[in-house]
Design a protein around this ligand. Structure first.
Ligand code: TTP
Ligand code: MG
Length: 583
Protein backbone atom coordinates (compact mmCIF):
# COMPACT_ATOMS: atom_id res chain seq x y z
CA UNK A 1 0.00 0.00 0.00
CA UNK A 2 2.86 2.32 0.83
CA UNK A 3 4.23 1.66 -2.61
CA UNK A 4 0.92 2.76 -4.10
CA UNK A 5 0.87 5.96 -2.11
CA UNK A 6 4.03 7.11 -3.88
CA UNK A 7 2.13 6.93 -7.14
CA UNK A 8 -0.85 9.04 -6.09
CA UNK A 9 0.77 12.27 -7.28
CA UNK A 10 0.61 10.82 -10.79
CA UNK A 11 -3.17 10.99 -10.61
CA UNK A 12 -3.16 14.70 -9.91
CA UNK A 13 -2.95 16.00 -13.50
CA UNK A 14 -5.83 13.70 -14.41
CA UNK A 15 -8.00 14.29 -11.39
CA UNK A 16 -10.70 15.84 -13.57
CA UNK A 17 -10.94 12.61 -15.55
CA UNK A 18 -10.72 10.53 -12.40
CA UNK A 19 -13.52 12.52 -10.77
CA UNK A 20 -15.67 12.33 -13.88
CA UNK A 21 -15.04 8.64 -13.92
CA UNK A 22 -16.16 8.31 -10.31
CA UNK A 23 -19.18 10.53 -10.95
CA UNK A 24 -20.34 8.44 -13.91
CA UNK A 25 -19.74 5.35 -11.84
CA UNK A 26 -21.99 6.65 -9.05
CA UNK A 27 -24.67 7.49 -11.60
CA UNK A 28 -24.32 4.01 -13.00
CA UNK A 29 -24.82 2.45 -9.58
CA UNK A 30 -27.99 4.49 -9.00
CA UNK A 31 -29.36 3.56 -12.40
CA UNK A 32 -28.57 -0.12 -11.89
CA UNK A 33 -30.15 -0.12 -8.47
CA UNK A 34 -33.35 1.44 -9.84
CA UNK A 35 -34.11 -1.52 -12.13
CA UNK A 36 -35.26 -4.06 -9.48
CA UNK A 37 -37.59 -1.41 -8.02
CA UNK A 38 -39.15 -0.96 -11.46
CA UNK A 39 -39.54 -4.70 -11.88
CA UNK A 40 -41.30 -4.70 -8.52
CA UNK A 41 -43.63 -2.00 -9.78
CA UNK A 42 -44.42 -3.82 -13.05
CA UNK A 43 -45.39 -6.92 -11.10
CA UNK A 44 -47.26 -5.35 -8.18
CA UNK A 45 -48.90 -2.36 -9.85
CA UNK A 46 -49.08 -3.54 -13.45
CA UNK A 47 -49.30 -7.28 -14.06
CA UNK A 48 -51.23 -8.37 -10.91
CA UNK A 49 -53.92 -5.67 -11.02
CA UNK A 50 -53.92 -5.98 -14.85
CA UNK A 51 -53.03 -2.34 -15.41
CA UNK A 52 -51.55 -2.15 -18.93
CA UNK A 53 -50.65 1.53 -18.62
CA UNK A 54 -48.35 0.88 -15.68
CA UNK A 55 -46.76 -2.08 -17.50
CA UNK A 56 -46.11 0.00 -20.59
CA UNK A 57 -44.90 3.17 -18.86
CA UNK A 58 -42.65 1.23 -16.48
CA UNK A 59 -41.21 -0.84 -19.31
CA UNK A 60 -40.53 2.37 -21.24
CA UNK A 61 -38.84 3.85 -18.18
CA UNK A 62 -36.71 0.71 -17.83
CA UNK A 63 -35.68 0.98 -21.45
CA UNK A 64 -34.76 4.62 -20.96
CA UNK A 65 -32.73 3.80 -17.88
CA UNK A 66 -30.96 0.99 -19.72
CA UNK A 67 -30.02 3.35 -22.54
CA UNK A 68 -28.86 5.98 -20.09
CA UNK A 69 -26.91 3.38 -18.20
CA UNK A 70 -25.16 2.25 -21.38
CA UNK A 71 -24.21 5.84 -22.21
CA UNK A 72 -22.92 6.50 -18.71
CA UNK A 73 -20.97 3.24 -18.78
CA UNK A 74 -19.27 4.29 -22.02
CA UNK A 75 -18.38 7.60 -20.40
CA UNK A 76 -17.00 5.84 -17.37
CA UNK A 77 -14.85 3.59 -19.56
CA UNK A 78 -13.48 6.51 -21.54
CA UNK A 79 -12.69 8.58 -18.47
CA UNK A 80 -10.99 5.73 -16.68
CA UNK A 81 -8.99 4.85 -19.79
CA UNK A 82 -7.90 8.49 -20.13
CA UNK A 83 -6.79 8.55 -16.51
CA UNK A 84 -4.96 5.24 -16.72
CA UNK A 85 -3.17 6.06 -19.98
CA UNK A 86 -2.17 9.49 -18.69
CA UNK A 87 -0.78 8.08 -15.46
CA UNK A 88 1.10 5.40 -17.41
CA UNK A 89 2.60 7.89 -19.85
CA UNK A 90 3.83 10.21 -17.09
CA UNK A 91 5.15 7.34 -15.08
CA UNK A 92 7.09 5.97 -18.04
CA UNK A 93 8.52 9.40 -18.78
CA UNK A 94 9.64 9.86 -15.17
CA UNK A 95 11.13 6.39 -15.02
CA UNK A 96 13.00 7.03 -18.23
CA UNK A 97 14.32 10.33 -16.85
CA UNK A 98 15.34 8.57 -13.69
CA UNK A 99 17.25 5.93 -15.60
CA UNK A 100 18.87 8.59 -17.79
CA UNK A 101 20.06 10.25 -14.59
CA UNK A 102 21.56 7.01 -13.28
CA UNK A 103 25.28 6.90 -12.68
CA UNK A 104 27.39 3.96 -13.74
CA UNK A 105 27.11 2.60 -10.21
CA UNK A 106 23.30 2.53 -10.39
CA UNK A 107 23.43 0.86 -13.78
CA UNK A 108 25.77 -1.82 -12.40
CA UNK A 109 23.10 -2.59 -9.81
CA UNK A 110 19.91 -2.41 -11.85
CA UNK A 111 19.74 -5.06 -14.54
CA UNK A 112 18.97 -3.80 -18.03
CA UNK A 113 16.34 -6.45 -18.69
CA UNK A 114 14.51 -5.70 -15.47
CA UNK A 115 14.62 -1.95 -16.07
CA UNK A 116 12.93 -2.64 -19.37
CA UNK A 117 10.27 -4.68 -17.58
CA UNK A 118 9.78 -1.77 -15.13
CA UNK A 119 9.10 0.58 -18.03
CA UNK A 120 6.80 -1.75 -19.92
CA UNK A 121 4.92 -4.50 -18.04
CA UNK A 122 5.10 -2.85 -14.64
CA UNK A 123 3.80 0.46 -15.89
CA UNK A 124 1.09 -1.47 -17.75
CA UNK A 125 0.09 -3.31 -14.61
CA UNK A 126 -0.26 0.02 -12.82
CA UNK A 127 -2.32 1.36 -15.68
CA UNK A 128 -4.70 -1.58 -15.35
CA UNK A 129 -4.82 -1.10 -11.63
CA UNK A 130 -5.77 2.56 -12.07
CA UNK A 131 -8.45 1.76 -14.61
CA UNK A 132 -9.88 -1.15 -12.67
CA UNK A 133 -9.98 0.93 -9.50
CA UNK A 134 -11.98 3.59 -11.29
CA UNK A 135 -14.41 0.99 -12.57
CA UNK A 136 -15.32 -2.25 -10.85
CA UNK A 137 -13.02 -1.57 -7.89
CA UNK A 138 -15.21 1.34 -6.72
CA UNK A 139 -18.42 0.09 -8.22
CA UNK A 140 -18.46 -3.20 -6.35
CA UNK A 141 -18.42 -1.74 -2.83
CA UNK A 142 -21.01 0.89 -3.82
CA UNK A 143 -23.26 -1.73 -5.34
CA UNK A 144 -22.83 -3.89 -2.29
CA UNK A 145 -23.77 -1.20 0.24
CA UNK A 146 -26.57 0.14 -1.98
CA UNK A 147 -28.08 -3.29 -2.59
CA UNK A 148 -27.87 -4.16 1.09
CA UNK A 149 -29.67 -0.97 2.07
CA UNK A 150 -32.36 -1.57 -0.53
CA UNK A 151 -32.75 -5.17 0.58
CA UNK A 152 -33.32 -3.97 4.14
CA UNK A 153 -35.73 -1.34 2.84
CA UNK A 154 -37.65 -3.97 0.85
CA UNK A 155 -38.03 -6.40 3.72
CA UNK A 156 -36.08 -6.20 6.98
CA UNK A 157 -37.12 -9.71 8.15
CA UNK A 158 -36.01 -11.30 4.89
CA UNK A 159 -32.71 -9.42 5.06
CA UNK A 160 -32.27 -10.75 8.59
CA UNK A 161 -32.89 -14.31 7.37
CA UNK A 162 -30.11 -13.87 4.82
CA UNK A 163 -27.67 -12.44 7.34
CA UNK A 164 -25.83 -15.70 8.18
CA UNK A 165 -25.37 -16.50 4.51
CA UNK A 166 -24.11 -13.00 3.74
CA UNK A 167 -21.64 -13.28 6.60
CA UNK A 168 -20.33 -16.60 5.30
CA UNK A 169 -19.99 -15.16 1.79
CA UNK A 170 -18.13 -12.08 3.02
CA UNK A 171 -15.78 -14.31 4.99
CA UNK A 172 -15.16 -16.48 1.95
CA UNK A 173 -14.38 -13.47 -0.19
CA UNK A 174 -12.11 -12.07 2.52
CA UNK A 175 -10.21 -15.36 2.71
CA UNK A 176 -10.09 -15.48 -1.05
CA UNK A 177 -8.51 -12.06 -1.48
CA UNK A 178 -6.21 -12.57 1.50
CA UNK A 179 -4.90 -15.87 0.17
CA UNK A 180 -4.78 -14.73 -3.44
CA UNK A 181 -2.47 -11.78 -3.07
CA UNK A 182 0.63 -13.75 -1.97
CA UNK A 183 -0.10 -16.46 -4.52
CA UNK A 184 -0.25 -13.95 -7.30
CA UNK A 185 2.85 -12.25 -5.98
CA UNK A 186 4.81 -15.47 -6.45
CA UNK A 187 3.41 -15.79 -9.95
CA UNK A 188 4.65 -12.27 -10.64
CA UNK A 189 8.12 -13.20 -9.41
CA UNK A 190 8.15 -16.22 -11.65
CA UNK A 191 7.14 -14.05 -14.55
CA UNK A 192 9.99 -11.69 -13.72
CA UNK A 193 12.42 -14.57 -13.75
CA UNK A 194 11.02 -15.71 -17.08
CA UNK A 195 11.55 -12.21 -18.46
CA UNK A 196 15.15 -12.07 -17.27
CA UNK A 197 15.98 -15.44 -18.75
CA UNK A 198 14.30 -14.45 -21.97
CA UNK A 199 16.14 -11.15 -22.20
CA UNK A 200 19.57 -12.72 -21.58
CA UNK A 201 18.69 -15.49 -23.91
CA UNK A 202 17.77 -13.36 -26.85
CA UNK A 203 20.67 -10.98 -26.26
CA UNK A 204 23.04 -13.95 -26.19
CA UNK A 205 21.41 -15.94 -28.98
CA UNK A 206 24.42 -15.57 -31.30
CA UNK A 207 26.83 -16.67 -28.62
CA UNK A 208 24.70 -19.69 -27.81
CA UNK A 209 24.87 -20.72 -31.49
CA UNK A 210 28.63 -20.30 -31.52
CA UNK A 211 29.09 -22.59 -28.56
CA UNK A 212 26.32 -24.98 -29.53
CA UNK A 213 24.67 -24.21 -26.23
CA UNK A 214 21.21 -23.80 -27.68
CA UNK A 215 20.10 -26.94 -25.80
CA UNK A 216 21.38 -25.53 -22.54
CA UNK A 217 19.62 -22.23 -23.15
CA UNK A 218 16.41 -24.00 -24.09
CA UNK A 219 16.70 -26.01 -20.88
CA UNK A 220 17.17 -22.86 -18.82
CA UNK A 221 14.16 -21.30 -20.46
CA UNK A 222 12.09 -24.47 -20.06
CA UNK A 223 12.77 -24.52 -16.34
CA UNK A 224 11.66 -20.92 -15.89
CA UNK A 225 8.71 -21.47 -18.19
CA UNK A 226 7.58 -24.57 -16.33
CA UNK A 227 8.05 -22.91 -12.97
CA UNK A 228 5.84 -20.04 -14.07
CA UNK A 229 3.19 -22.39 -15.47
CA UNK A 230 3.20 -24.54 -12.31
CA UNK A 231 2.59 -21.58 -10.08
CA UNK A 232 -0.10 -20.24 -12.38
CA UNK A 233 -1.79 -23.63 -12.22
CA UNK A 234 -1.65 -23.54 -8.41
CA UNK A 235 -3.38 -20.17 -8.45
CA UNK A 236 -5.95 -21.33 -10.94
CA UNK A 237 -6.64 -24.46 -8.90
CA UNK A 238 -7.39 -22.30 -5.89
CA UNK A 239 -9.53 -20.00 -7.96
CA UNK A 240 -11.42 -22.84 -9.55
CA UNK A 241 -12.48 -24.22 -6.19
CA UNK A 242 -13.30 -20.81 -4.75
CA UNK A 243 -15.43 -19.52 -7.57
CA UNK A 244 -18.00 -22.37 -7.60
CA UNK A 245 -18.16 -22.03 -3.82
CA UNK A 246 -19.08 -18.39 -4.19
CA UNK A 247 -21.60 -19.22 -6.88
CA UNK A 248 -23.07 -21.77 -4.50
CA UNK A 249 -23.48 -19.01 -1.92
CA UNK A 250 -25.34 -16.86 -4.41
CA UNK A 251 -27.62 -19.72 -5.41
CA UNK A 252 -28.22 -20.69 -1.80
CA UNK A 253 -29.16 -17.07 -1.19
CA UNK A 254 -31.65 -17.21 -4.04
CA UNK A 255 -33.16 -20.38 -2.60
CA UNK A 256 -33.56 -18.68 0.77
CA UNK A 257 -35.17 -15.64 -0.86
CA UNK A 258 -37.64 -17.73 -2.84
CA UNK A 259 -38.41 -20.06 0.04
CA UNK A 260 -38.69 -17.53 2.89
CA UNK A 261 -39.96 -14.78 0.60
CA UNK A 262 -42.41 -17.15 -1.07
CA UNK A 263 -43.86 -18.16 2.29
CA UNK A 264 -44.26 -14.51 3.25
CA UNK A 265 -45.86 -13.73 -0.10
CA UNK A 266 -48.38 -16.54 0.45
CA UNK A 267 -49.08 -15.15 3.91
CA UNK A 268 -49.53 -11.79 2.29
CA UNK A 269 -46.92 -9.97 4.37
CA UNK A 270 -44.79 -9.45 1.25
CA UNK A 271 -45.85 -8.74 -2.32
CA UNK A 272 -44.63 -10.89 -5.22
CA UNK A 273 -42.90 -7.84 -6.69
CA UNK A 274 -41.01 -7.33 -3.44
CA UNK A 275 -39.78 -10.92 -3.44
CA UNK A 276 -38.53 -10.59 -7.02
CA UNK A 277 -36.92 -7.21 -6.29
CA UNK A 278 -35.24 -8.68 -3.23
CA UNK A 279 -33.82 -11.51 -5.29
CA UNK A 280 -32.53 -9.04 -7.83
CA UNK A 281 -30.82 -6.97 -5.14
CA UNK A 282 -29.16 -10.10 -3.90
CA UNK A 283 -27.75 -10.59 -7.38
CA UNK A 284 -26.65 -6.96 -7.81
CA UNK A 285 -24.88 -7.31 -4.50
CA UNK A 286 -23.09 -10.59 -5.15
CA UNK A 287 -22.11 -10.32 -8.80
CA UNK A 288 -19.71 -7.36 -8.45
CA UNK A 289 -18.20 -9.02 -5.40
CA UNK A 290 -17.43 -12.13 -7.37
CA UNK A 291 -16.03 -9.96 -10.12
CA UNK A 292 -13.81 -8.31 -7.57
CA UNK A 293 -12.28 -11.62 -6.60
CA UNK A 294 -11.32 -12.10 -10.20
CA UNK A 295 -9.57 -8.76 -10.01
CA UNK A 296 -7.29 -9.81 -7.19
CA UNK A 297 -4.85 -10.76 -9.93
CA UNK A 298 -4.77 -7.20 -11.19
CA UNK A 299 -4.44 -6.04 -7.62
CA UNK A 300 -1.54 -8.30 -6.79
CA UNK A 301 0.21 -7.49 -10.05
CA UNK A 302 -0.36 -3.76 -9.55
CA UNK A 303 0.91 -3.84 -5.99
CA UNK A 304 4.01 -5.81 -6.98
CA UNK A 305 4.67 -3.44 -9.87
CA UNK A 306 4.20 -0.39 -7.68
CA UNK A 307 6.73 -1.79 -5.26
CA UNK A 308 9.27 -2.44 -8.00
CA UNK A 309 8.76 0.86 -9.77
CA UNK A 310 9.20 2.45 -6.35
CA UNK A 311 12.57 0.72 -6.03
CA UNK A 312 13.81 2.39 -9.18
CA UNK A 313 12.74 5.78 -7.85
CA UNK A 314 14.27 4.99 -4.48
CA UNK A 315 17.72 4.38 -5.99
CA UNK A 316 19.29 7.82 -5.98
CA UNK A 317 21.96 8.57 -8.60
CA UNK A 318 25.27 7.63 -7.00
CA UNK A 319 27.10 10.57 -8.47
CA UNK A 320 25.31 13.83 -7.86
CA UNK A 321 26.17 17.50 -8.18
CA UNK A 322 26.83 19.12 -4.83
CA UNK A 323 24.21 21.68 -3.86
CA UNK A 324 25.36 24.94 -5.40
CA UNK A 325 28.01 23.25 -7.56
CA UNK A 326 29.55 25.72 -10.02
CA UNK A 327 30.19 25.16 -13.68
CA UNK A 328 33.79 24.46 -14.55
CA UNK A 329 35.07 27.83 -15.84
CA UNK A 330 35.24 27.76 -19.65
CA UNK A 331 38.64 29.43 -19.84
CA UNK A 332 40.30 27.06 -17.42
CA UNK A 333 43.25 25.23 -18.89
CA UNK A 334 42.26 21.55 -18.74
CA UNK A 335 45.01 20.01 -16.71
CA UNK A 336 44.46 16.63 -15.11
CA UNK A 337 45.61 15.57 -11.69
CA UNK A 338 44.95 12.62 -9.43
CA UNK A 339 46.16 12.38 -5.87
CA UNK A 340 46.04 9.35 -3.55
CA UNK A 341 43.12 7.97 -5.47
CA UNK A 342 41.60 4.75 -4.26
CA UNK A 343 38.58 3.20 -5.91
CA UNK A 344 36.29 0.18 -5.49
CA UNK A 345 33.13 -1.08 -7.17
CA UNK A 346 30.24 -1.43 -4.78
CA UNK A 347 29.02 -4.40 -6.79
CA UNK A 348 32.30 -6.33 -6.66
CA UNK A 349 32.52 -6.93 -2.94
CA UNK A 350 34.15 -3.61 -2.16
CA UNK A 351 37.80 -4.58 -2.60
CA UNK A 352 39.90 -1.75 -3.98
CA UNK A 353 40.66 -2.07 -7.67
CA UNK A 354 42.81 1.08 -7.70
CA UNK A 355 45.33 1.89 -4.99
CA UNK A 356 47.09 5.17 -4.38
CA UNK A 357 46.96 6.54 -7.88
CA UNK A 358 48.81 9.80 -8.43
CA UNK A 359 49.30 11.35 -11.83
CA UNK A 360 49.38 14.70 -13.58
CA UNK A 361 49.18 15.78 -17.19
CA UNK A 362 48.87 19.11 -18.96
CA UNK A 363 47.17 20.20 -22.20
CA UNK A 364 49.08 19.22 -25.31
CA UNK A 365 50.37 16.08 -23.64
CA UNK A 366 49.48 12.49 -24.24
CA UNK A 367 49.23 10.38 -21.15
CA UNK A 368 49.26 6.67 -21.80
CA UNK A 369 48.07 3.99 -19.43
CA UNK A 370 49.49 0.59 -20.19
CA UNK A 371 48.55 -2.57 -18.43
CA UNK A 372 47.41 -6.15 -18.71
CA UNK A 373 43.76 -7.05 -18.80
CA UNK A 374 42.09 -6.44 -15.45
CA UNK A 375 44.82 -4.07 -14.31
CA UNK A 376 42.27 -1.31 -13.71
CA UNK A 377 42.79 0.90 -16.78
CA UNK A 378 39.11 1.35 -17.58
CA UNK A 379 38.32 1.87 -13.92
CA UNK A 380 40.96 4.61 -13.79
CA UNK A 381 39.77 6.59 -16.78
CA UNK A 382 36.11 6.30 -15.72
CA UNK A 383 37.01 8.50 -12.77
CA UNK A 384 37.97 11.45 -15.01
CA UNK A 385 34.43 12.28 -16.28
CA UNK A 386 33.20 11.31 -12.79
CA UNK A 387 31.31 8.26 -13.97
CA UNK A 388 32.16 6.95 -10.52
CA UNK A 389 33.31 8.76 -7.40
CA UNK A 390 36.61 7.80 -5.84
CA UNK A 391 36.70 6.03 -2.51
CA UNK A 392 39.49 8.31 -1.38
CA UNK A 393 41.72 10.97 -2.90
CA UNK A 394 40.93 13.67 -5.42
CA UNK A 395 40.64 14.03 -9.15
CA UNK A 396 41.23 17.55 -10.41
CA UNK A 397 40.56 19.04 -13.80
CA UNK A 398 41.93 22.54 -14.36
CA UNK A 399 42.91 22.50 -10.71
CA UNK A 400 39.29 22.07 -9.57
CA UNK A 401 38.20 19.07 -7.56
CA UNK A 402 35.70 17.52 -9.98
CA UNK A 403 33.27 16.79 -7.15
CA UNK A 404 32.80 20.54 -6.68
CA UNK A 405 31.76 21.34 -10.25
CA UNK A 406 28.66 20.33 -12.20
CA UNK A 407 28.85 17.03 -14.06
CA UNK A 408 27.49 18.67 -17.18
CA UNK A 409 30.19 21.35 -17.35
CA UNK A 410 32.87 18.75 -16.64
CA UNK A 411 31.67 16.29 -19.25
CA UNK A 412 31.32 19.00 -21.86
CA UNK A 413 35.09 19.33 -21.82
CA UNK A 414 35.74 15.61 -22.10
CA UNK A 415 35.11 13.11 -24.87
CA UNK A 416 35.52 9.43 -24.31
CA UNK A 417 35.90 6.57 -26.72
CA UNK A 418 34.68 3.64 -24.67
CA UNK A 419 36.37 0.28 -24.77
CA UNK A 420 33.31 -1.27 -26.34
CA UNK A 421 32.40 0.86 -29.34
CA UNK A 422 28.67 1.39 -29.23
CA UNK A 423 26.65 2.88 -32.06
CA UNK A 424 22.99 3.79 -32.14
CA UNK A 425 20.60 2.89 -34.89
CA UNK A 426 20.36 5.76 -37.37
CA UNK A 427 22.76 7.10 -39.96
CA UNK A 428 26.55 7.34 -39.83
CA UNK A 429 26.21 11.08 -39.86
CA UNK A 430 23.94 11.06 -36.80
CA UNK A 431 26.26 8.72 -34.97
CA UNK A 432 29.35 10.85 -35.53
CA UNK A 433 27.45 14.03 -34.66
CA UNK A 434 26.04 12.49 -31.46
CA UNK A 435 27.96 14.90 -29.23
CA UNK A 436 27.31 17.92 -31.46
CA UNK A 437 24.05 17.41 -33.32
CA UNK A 438 24.32 20.72 -35.21
CA UNK A 439 27.72 19.89 -36.75
CA UNK A 440 28.11 20.60 -40.47
CA UNK A 441 28.93 17.85 -42.92
CA UNK A 442 32.38 19.36 -43.35
CA UNK A 443 33.05 19.03 -39.62
CA UNK A 444 31.75 15.48 -39.62
CA UNK A 445 33.98 14.59 -42.55
CA UNK A 446 37.01 16.17 -40.93
CA UNK A 447 36.47 14.08 -37.80
CA UNK A 448 35.96 10.95 -39.88
CA UNK A 449 39.14 11.66 -41.84
CA UNK A 450 41.18 12.02 -38.67
CA UNK A 451 39.74 8.76 -37.40
CA UNK A 452 40.64 7.08 -40.72
CA UNK A 453 36.97 6.33 -41.26
CA UNK A 454 36.32 8.61 -44.22
CA UNK A 455 37.54 6.13 -46.83
CA UNK A 456 35.34 3.24 -45.82
CA UNK A 457 32.35 5.53 -45.25
CA UNK A 458 32.74 7.04 -48.73
CA UNK A 459 32.93 3.58 -50.23
CA UNK A 460 29.45 2.77 -48.91
CA UNK A 461 26.65 3.32 -51.45
CA UNK A 462 24.99 5.92 -49.27
CA UNK A 463 28.13 7.39 -47.74
CA UNK A 464 27.48 9.38 -44.60
CA UNK A 465 23.76 8.67 -44.83
CA UNK A 466 24.30 4.91 -44.64
CA UNK A 467 22.12 3.17 -42.13
CA UNK A 468 23.58 1.96 -38.86
CA UNK A 469 21.75 -0.88 -37.20
CA UNK A 470 21.17 -1.09 -33.46
CA UNK A 471 24.51 -1.42 -31.62
CA UNK A 472 26.24 -0.95 -34.98
CA UNK A 473 25.65 -4.58 -35.90
CA UNK A 474 26.33 -3.98 -39.60
CA UNK A 475 29.89 -2.75 -39.06
CA UNK A 476 33.09 -4.55 -38.19
CA UNK A 477 34.80 -4.10 -34.85
CA UNK A 478 37.52 -1.87 -36.36
CA UNK A 479 34.97 0.21 -38.28
CA UNK A 480 32.92 0.72 -35.15
CA UNK A 481 36.02 1.79 -33.25
CA UNK A 482 36.92 4.35 -35.90
CA UNK A 483 33.37 5.72 -35.99
CA UNK A 484 33.39 6.12 -32.27
CA UNK A 485 36.77 7.88 -32.43
CA UNK A 486 35.32 10.27 -35.01
CA UNK A 487 32.36 10.86 -32.70
CA UNK A 488 34.71 11.80 -29.87
CA UNK A 489 36.91 14.05 -32.03
CA UNK A 490 34.05 16.04 -33.51
CA UNK A 491 33.27 18.36 -30.57
CA UNK A 492 37.01 19.18 -30.17
CA UNK A 493 37.16 18.12 -26.54
CA UNK A 494 39.77 19.54 -24.18
CA UNK A 495 40.37 16.11 -22.79
CA UNK A 496 40.14 13.10 -25.06
CA UNK A 497 40.08 9.64 -23.53
CA UNK A 498 40.67 6.60 -25.70
CA UNK A 499 40.05 3.32 -23.91
CA UNK A 500 41.89 0.74 -25.96
CA UNK A 501 40.06 2.27 -28.90
CA UNK A 502 42.35 1.01 -31.60
CA UNK A 503 42.60 -2.57 -30.40
CA UNK A 504 40.65 -3.82 -33.43
CA UNK A 505 42.46 -1.84 -36.12
CA UNK A 506 45.81 -2.80 -37.59
CA UNK A 507 48.98 -1.11 -36.39
CA UNK A 508 49.39 0.82 -39.62
CA UNK A 509 45.94 2.40 -39.44
CA UNK A 510 46.50 3.06 -35.76
CA UNK A 511 49.64 5.04 -36.59
CA UNK A 512 47.74 7.04 -39.18
CA UNK A 513 44.98 7.82 -36.67
CA UNK A 514 47.59 8.93 -34.13
CA UNK A 515 49.35 11.15 -36.66
CA UNK A 516 46.10 12.75 -37.76
CA UNK A 517 45.06 13.35 -34.18
CA UNK A 518 48.46 14.83 -33.34
CA UNK A 519 47.80 17.62 -35.85
CA UNK A 520 44.94 18.97 -33.76
CA UNK A 521 46.31 18.04 -30.38
CA UNK A 522 48.19 21.22 -29.48
CA UNK A 523 45.79 22.29 -26.74
CA UNK A 524 44.27 18.93 -26.01
CA UNK A 525 45.09 16.51 -23.26
CA UNK A 526 44.88 12.98 -24.55
CA UNK A 527 44.63 9.93 -22.33
CA UNK A 528 45.31 6.70 -24.17
CA UNK A 529 44.64 3.32 -22.63
CA UNK A 530 46.26 0.31 -24.21
CA UNK A 531 47.38 -3.24 -23.76
CA UNK A 532 49.45 -2.97 -26.93
CA UNK A 533 52.76 -1.19 -26.51
CA UNK A 534 52.75 0.08 -30.09
CA UNK A 535 49.81 2.32 -29.15
CA UNK A 536 51.74 4.18 -26.46
CA UNK A 537 55.25 4.54 -27.93
CA UNK A 538 54.92 8.24 -28.70
CA UNK A 539 53.17 9.28 -25.51
CA UNK A 540 54.78 11.99 -23.40
CA UNK A 541 54.19 9.98 -20.31
CA UNK A 542 53.45 6.31 -19.88
CA UNK A 543 51.97 4.87 -16.72
CA UNK A 544 52.29 1.15 -16.28
CA UNK A 545 49.39 -0.13 -14.25
CA UNK A 546 49.64 -3.46 -12.47
CA UNK A 547 46.90 -4.84 -10.19
CA UNK A 548 45.51 -1.35 -9.74
CA UNK A 549 48.82 0.16 -8.79
CA UNK A 550 51.23 2.33 -10.72
CA UNK A 551 54.23 0.06 -11.27
CA UNK A 552 56.30 2.43 -13.38
CA UNK A 553 56.08 5.76 -15.16
CA UNK A 554 58.07 7.79 -17.65
CA UNK A 555 58.54 8.18 -21.38
CA UNK A 556 59.14 5.17 -23.59
CA UNK A 557 62.87 5.83 -23.56
CA UNK A 558 63.04 6.30 -19.80
CA UNK A 559 60.98 3.24 -19.09
CA UNK A 560 62.96 1.10 -21.45
CA UNK A 561 66.08 2.04 -19.56
CA UNK A 562 64.69 1.94 -16.04
CA UNK A 563 61.72 -0.40 -15.76
CA UNK A 564 62.16 -4.16 -15.95
CA UNK A 565 58.38 -4.61 -16.20
CA UNK A 566 58.15 -2.28 -19.15
CA UNK A 567 61.14 -3.89 -20.77
CA UNK A 568 59.47 -7.26 -20.39
CA UNK A 569 56.23 -6.05 -22.01
CA UNK A 570 58.24 -4.46 -24.78
CA UNK A 571 60.26 -7.57 -25.46
CA UNK A 572 57.25 -9.84 -25.43
CA UNK A 573 55.27 -7.65 -27.81
CA UNK A 574 57.80 -6.02 -30.13
CA UNK A 575 61.39 -6.89 -29.28
CA UNK A 576 61.17 -10.63 -29.68
CA UNK A 577 59.47 -10.26 -33.04
CA UNK A 578 56.73 -12.74 -32.24
CA UNK A 579 54.93 -14.00 -35.30
CA UNK A 580 52.02 -11.80 -36.25
CA UNK A 581 53.24 -8.79 -34.29
CA UNK A 582 55.12 -6.16 -36.26
CA UNK A 583 56.68 -3.00 -34.92
P1 TTP B 1 39.15 -2.88 -15.50
O1 TTP B 1 39.37 -1.53 -14.98
O2 TTP B 1 38.04 -3.08 -16.43
O3 TTP B 1 40.49 -3.45 -16.12
P2 TTP B 1 41.17 -3.06 -17.49
O4 TTP B 1 40.41 -2.02 -18.18
O5 TTP B 1 42.59 -2.78 -17.18
O6 TTP B 1 41.09 -4.43 -18.29
P3 TTP B 1 40.92 -4.65 -19.87
O7 TTP B 1 42.24 -4.39 -20.52
O8 TTP B 1 40.52 -6.07 -19.98
O9 TTP B 1 39.87 -3.72 -20.33
O10 TTP B 1 38.91 -3.88 -14.29
C1 TTP B 1 39.64 -3.81 -13.08
C2 TTP B 1 38.96 -4.66 -12.04
O11 TTP B 1 37.70 -4.11 -11.73
C3 TTP B 1 38.70 -6.08 -12.50
O12 TTP B 1 39.03 -6.91 -11.40
C4 TTP B 1 37.21 -6.14 -12.73
C5 TTP B 1 36.68 -5.06 -11.86
N1 TTP B 1 35.49 -4.39 -12.44
C6 TTP B 1 34.26 -4.45 -11.79
O13 TTP B 1 34.14 -5.07 -10.76
N2 TTP B 1 33.19 -3.80 -12.32
C7 TTP B 1 33.29 -3.09 -13.49
O14 TTP B 1 32.29 -2.52 -13.93
C8 TTP B 1 34.56 -3.03 -14.16
C9 TTP B 1 34.73 -2.26 -15.44
C10 TTP B 1 35.63 -3.69 -13.58
MG1 MG C 1 39.34 -1.94 -19.87
Amino acid sequence: MDALRRLFPYLRPYRAYALLSLATLTALVFLDLAIPRLIQRIIDDGIRPGNQDVVLSTAALMLLISLLSAGVAIGNNLFSVRTGEGVARDLRADLFDRIQGFSFGNLDRQRTGLLMVRLTSDVNALKHLTQISLRIGTRAPMMMVGSLLLMIQTSPPLALTLLPLLTVTSLLIGIFIFRMEPLFRVVQQKLDRLNTVLQENIAGARLARGFSRADFEIGKFDAANRDFANHSIRVMRFMSTMQPLLALCVNAGMVVVIWAGGLQAIEGTLSLGQVVAFGNYLLTMMTPLIMMTMLSNTWAAGLASARRVGEVFADPPEVQDLPGARALPEDLSPTLEMNNVRFAYASAGGDDVLHDIALAATPGQTLAILGATGAGKTSLINLIPRFYDTRAGTVRVGGEDIRTVTQRSLRKRIAIVPQEALLFSGTIRENIAYGKPDASLAEIEAAARAAQAHDFISALPEGYDSHVEARGANFSGGQKQRLSIARALLPHPDILILDDSTSAVDVETETRIQDAMALSAASRLTVVVAQRISTVLKADQIIVLEHGQIAARGSHRELLASSPIYREIYDSQLGGGLPGVRA
